[in-house]
Design a protein around this ligand. Structure first.
Ligand code: GLP
Length: 245
């Protein structure tokens, strides 16, 4: 596990974008696993800027997103489909057919998960997976549990995740309570993983997840077992572990 310290959110985004762009330059038809949430937005802004300067070409890149709310149509501004178009896909030359997100409108959960697992298998797995870190240690929507959920699955979101995501909806009642997400095994099969963490409110969970015991009660802790993980964190998030890195 490598840990890169950035002075602030902007620098964190630039450093992580550098790693992603190196991946695209080395393998133009790479498979990128993408994440939503506030943390990666700066990365996407940086990638768009480099694309506009002709430093990056997404024409062969394939993407597969971590998760999607169940029950939100793609046109809903809070769907992760909408988020990805708004924050990245609409601004770069990626082919829409090369972008993949779980189908949140598929009511048959087993089918939705099976279809998404098949897509990930067909594209040959993920070369580089980008991850944010939830306040309770979730990655994708893998919530704390007594065991690690392996494959793509339908999850009941925890109260704390629903509350954290309520800031994007007009009321807490509107926040979906279920989501489809890649499982821990799916994530761990990525060849390279980049975790981005920003802000003082993530300092405790960063320490617990990456410097504490590996436990399904903190899903991100499993990343300690992966052989190619890079954490890119800003000073506020990394503050409680600065003597450990
Ligand atoms: C959501 C997403 C996660 C993300 C997390 C943290 O729950 N499903 O993939 O990592 O939020 O989001 P933020 O970066 O806004 O703190």
């Amino acid at each position: 596990m490598k840990c890169y310290k950035a002075k602030d959110y902007k620098e964190m985004g630039r450093k992580a974008a550098n790693i992603i762009s190196a991946q695209i330059i080395m393998k133009p038809d790479c498979v990128l696993g993408l994440a939503t949430g506030a943390t990666p937005i700066g990365i996407y802004e940086q990638l768009i800027e480099w694309y506009r300067k002709s430093d990056l070409d997404f024409s062969e890149v394939i993407t597969v997103n971590l998760d999607e709310y169940r029950g939100l149509p793609r046109s809903n501004e809070q769907s992760y489909y909408y988020f990805m178009r708004k924050n990245l896909f609409d601004h770069i030359n990626i082919l829409p057919e090369n972008t993949h997100i779980p189908n949140g409108m598929e009511e048959d959960s087993e089918k939705a998960c099976r279809d998404y697992s098949n897509i990930i298998r067909q594209i040959g797995g993920v070369d580089l997976q980008l991850l944010g870190l939830g306040h309770n240690g979730h990655i994708g929507f893998n919530e704390p549990d007594d065991a690690f959920e392996k494959e793509v699955h339908c999850v009941n979101l925890t109260e704390s995740t629903i509350m954290a995501n309520a800031r994007y909806f007009s009321s807490q009642e509107e926040v979906p309570t279920k989501a489809y997400t890649m499982g821990i095994k799916t994530i761990m099969q990525a060849r390279k993983i980049v975790v981005v963490v920003s802000g003082a409110d993530k300092a405790d969970i960063l320490k617990e997840a990456f410097f504490g015991p590996v436990t399904p009660h903190i899903p991100a802790s499993i990343l300690q077992m992966h052989n190619d993980v890079i954490i890119v964190a800003d000073e506020a998030a990394i503050e409680k572990v600065s003597d450990l890195i």
